[in-house]
Design a protein. Sequence first.
Lengths: 195, 384
Amino acid sequence: MLVEGIGDAECVQRVQQGDTDCFEILVRRHQKATFNLLFRLLGDYDEAAEVAQEVFLSAYKAIHSFRGDANFTTWLYRIAFNHASTRRRSLSLSQQRYTPLEDTDIPNDSLNGPRDPAEAAEQKEIQEQVQHALNRLDRADATLILLRDLQDVPYEEVAAILNIPVGTVKSRLHRARQALKAKLSPYFYASRKAS
Amino acid sequence: MRCEEVQERLSEYLERLLDSGQSKSVDGHLASCPRCTAELADLTECRRLVAALPALEPPVGFTTRVMAHIRESAEQPGWWQRLFLPLRAKLPLPATALLLVSVLSVYLLQKENPQKKLIPPIAAQVETEALKQAGDAAQGLTANVPSSPRLMLREDSAIAEKMPGQPKALQTPLEDRAKKEAAPAPKPAPNVKSSAGAQAASKAAPETRALPQSAAEERANRVESAAAEAELPPTPSRPISGAIGVSQPAGGRPVPASPSMDAIMQDRSLRAAMPERARTAPAQPTADIEIVIRRHPQSDSADLMRKESAAPNTGGLAASRAATAPAPSEPLLRTIPADQYEQLKKELASQGTILSEVRTANGQPTTSPTLTVKITFVPAEVAR
């Protein structure tokens, strides 16, 4: 019997005691964030789905090594980041690789945007530009931006996920944002010109 | 505050991570610097664009698939479990194999350890005694009697081998035993010479500890044989007859077949070299009664035999005595009916003086219908 109200730590403890069903709670709770992180890191919906599945399998197999020193999400994102890096290397995904959202099998209700078709198209184009810029960033820089600006993960957890000091996270995050801004400069130039 | 310093802090300023002092300094600079203000606007737009990225839903049935894989993997045993589980099926095999190996190892160790423990001392003892024997033989010191039973047997064997022409059937049990012990010895060690010198024996001594027991025995045997060769006199050519090895063909004198142990024991040098046990080896067959007779000076054994053979009433006894006409000092073995012993005794008394009459069967009366009498004629001068 699944008890959705229990926290991550208790779920992990139950899974460690052999209650496999409790892991389903953790999957349901963290699958969307994990999948989106992977999708933004990999830029491919199917790849992201496959890697997300591997991430949860790895987390389950290594659940006995989780001692509860950090949040479960921190531990899970770290596994996701490692899997994404490995997958990118193995597939030799170039920074230019980018799968447009219309080419992916995305559930229809995933794209919540404006009802105006012109505005929706413009917003979609902007999102593609951002994703394209993220794909061309260094993986660590992209991960920093995604964890901090997309997932709103605290600095301390970002530092734990990437296994770097908090000060380093701050300085590298600034440089990563500068790099992303530079890649999105045409958009900024066009928007300023429009305004 | 310069523009570079402000732009370095814009990211933290944007997230309101600066303290109040730094934040006020940045505010003051931004109020007067359109370039840094534009930079701040771009960073804010970047954050907004990233944050505005839509959150995609995972594929339909993602959780189900993940959990299906997890439950499948949970049912599969890990590599450690695959090695040892299920114990019911896999434990008996390695356990049985381990048990068999253990039992075999213990058995082999127990079988081998006694050899390892015993071979060196025995070999060393044999070598030492052989060395002593060889040294004594070289110096003519024949009074040193070895105490090792193995060495004694081997001496017996060596002595027996020195007697040419002795049939195997007539060898004593001790000799047979010595032969049997020496027989399974493998090829001799190539570096062991058969010389009797102490040098060769001392060379062979350290190697013996590493050799199997049979090789060590043969080596000791060789040294001992050499010692016996150095010590033993030539085989006596005179006929020796005794309790052992006397064949008595019908109608003739007893033919000494070969020197027996008793004959060998008569030789002083041999007696000294022989171990005590070999010297006291039991005769075969044993006489029930031993009689020593000193002949009358005028008496002659040939005359005695002629008289006895001419007497008509002595029958088979006389014929038996004639067939075994004695030479001086040669003991005779006669087997007669028990009831004729007194008659034989009277006849012997008529030919000489009975010096001793010993019943050798430990003083116990014999129940056999026949008696074996050992008669030893002593010349008159010897008796005096």
